[in-house]
Design a binder for this molecule. Sequence first.
Ligand SMILES: NC(=O)c1ccc[n+]([C@@H]2O[C@H](COP(=O)([O-])OP(=O)(O)OC[C@H]3O[C@@H](n4cnc5c(N)ncnc54)[C@H](OP(=O)(O)O)[C@@H]3O)[C@@H](O)[C@H]2O)c1
Length: 257
Amino acid sequence: MKVAIIGAGNMGGAIALGMAKGTIVAANEIYVADPSQANLDKLKQQVPAINTLTDNAIAIKDADIVILAVKPWLVNAVLEAITLSNNQILVSIAAGVTIEALRSYTRNEMPIFRLIPNTAISQMESMTFVTSDKASSEQQELIMNIFNEMGLAMAITEDKMGAATALASCGIAYALKYIQAGMQAGIEMGIYPKDAMTMVAQSMKGAAELILNNDTHPAIEIDKVCTPGGITIKGINELEHNGFSSAIIKAMKASNK
Ligand SMILES: NC(=O)c1ccc[n+]([C@@H]2O[C@H](COP(=O)([O-])OP(=O)(O)OC[C@H]3O[C@@H](n4cnc5c(N)ncnc54)[C@H](OP(=O)(O)O)[C@@H]3O)[C@@H](O)[C@H]2O)c1
């Protein structure tokens, strides 16, 4: 199976590397195109078997899947300059570019997927949202399987893309903000910044694993840590007095505007 990736920036590069680590597409079946030779060289250095080239038209030739990883404002021009066929699969990760717009740019009836990954894709830990048009169930399963190897893929309808992006793509920045704030607290209490960063990040990872790996709920896990009259409930109530839950709800709703 040949996969062409157009754009070897942050996301395109991470997808190429993630795919090469996975079990579905062999590294030598991945073709990455980008005008920047430096970007391509960086990729090639990490996985020499990946094919790199500066010509999009050559990269997409006979590709089963074409992944578009250029900035949203370049999508139209890139798609107009190439000819894709109905038996290829187009996957776009361009933020805000709808399936309807993609369909008008491809000018054909090919299966189109619109995906929203997040930056943790470089760690094979992306939350990736998937919506599609004119895709068979086998094609849907293939794309889900490829991106499930780079984290967690979830099929959603396109009207939920904005809200989902707020929770998981903008949400990763909010989670990082929590780590940063925790570091500030740790430093004030005399802990070295790097140690504080590890402590807070690992506790956040642990919290996420508790939720993702078990049939549980945040309230149940919080209850386990809150001894009556203990130190955790004092901190939790302090968070609420300062509007913690409300701030997160407002931030995520603001990101969906
Ligand atoms: N970063 C995120 O968190 C995130 C999350 C979800 C979705 N996305 C989406 O992912 C897409 C890529 O974002 P990014 O952060 O990876 O951007 P990026 O780092 O700027 O990568 C885009 C790459 O495309 C290359 N490029 C420019 N024109 C091209 C052309 N005509 N043909 C082939 N390649 C071309 C750029 O090369 P030059 O550098 O030489 O211009 C650059 O290497 C965007 O549409 C964005 O909305 C990003």
